[in-house]
Design a protein around this ligand. Structure first.
Ligand SMILES: Cc1cc2nc3c(=O)[nH]c(=O)nc-3n(C[C@H](O)[C@H](O)[C@H](O)COP(=O)(O)O)c2cc1C
Length: 193
């Protein structure tokens, strides 16, 4: 598959078939993730692949996190919906940055490193999503896991920084492309505009 085709065919997939995804294919998407560039080639990423009851635990922790927010009078946004998607996916890949401690106090240099790391992990996740397209897999980049950040990290025994989750499975929907601002609208040639 040409890279441009993967760009334009990729969609956030929120409905998955029940057929399992072979681990070999999950390995392929993760290998693609690790080919991403990273600041100083630090490769600030670790992936935890959760299937079956472990994956369901993530969904349950997200629902509990949403309930806790709502009980405190906050809006839980799309968290419950995302939890349901995790529940129905074949696997959820938790993405962590082992170079950053959770809630660490950031000196100016560490603040820059944090931004560099975050951008690097984003590139890795995008590689993963594009490889999934090539393999015919559906994926969803999920940040709603942050409603249960502490609980998920504690359950996984992680003291480092949670970045995101990616749900994976065989797609059971073909969503139309979601609208994009034309590149001309978000691009400025030179300073004056
Ligand atoms: C950093 C990031 C976090 C996201 N978190 C969620 C999420 O928690 N739940 C969800 O349903 N979609 C999530 N998405 C998917 C976006 O909603 C989606 O990419 C966007 O609407 C554009 O649609 P498309 O991916 O099909 O082009 C996230 C996407 C990104 C890049």
């Amino acid at each position: 598959m040409k890279i441009g085709e993967a760009f334009s065919r990729r969609r956030s997939i929120r409905k998955f078939k029940s057929e399992p995804v072979p681990r070999e294919l999950i390995g392929q998407v993760l290998e693609a993730a690790t080919l991403a560039p990273s600041g100083k080639n630090a490769q600030p990423w670790e992936f935890i692949v959760l299937e079956g009851v472990d994956k369901e635990k993530i969904a349950a922790l997200m629902v509990a996190g949403a309930e806790q927010l709502e009980a405190s009078g906050y809006n839980s946004g799309s968290a419950r919906n995302s939890a349901q998607i995790v529940q129905n996916a074949q696997a959820v890949i938790m993405v962590y940055n082992p170079r950053q401690k959770r809630d660490a106090k950031l000196t100016p240099l560490r603040r820059i490193m944090w931004s560099v790391d975050t951008q690097s992990v984003g590139a890795a996740i995008q590689n993963l999503l594009l490889k999934a397209v090539e393999l015919g897999l559906g994926s969803l980049w999920i940040c709603d896991v942050f409603v249960a950040e502490e609980q998920i990290s504690a359950w996984l025994g992680r003291k480092d920084e949670m970045i995101a989750a990616v749900a994976l499975g065989w797609p059971d929907e073909e969503p139309a492309p979601r609208p994009r601002k034309p590149w001309q609208q978000v691009t400025h040639w030179g300073r004056g505009h």
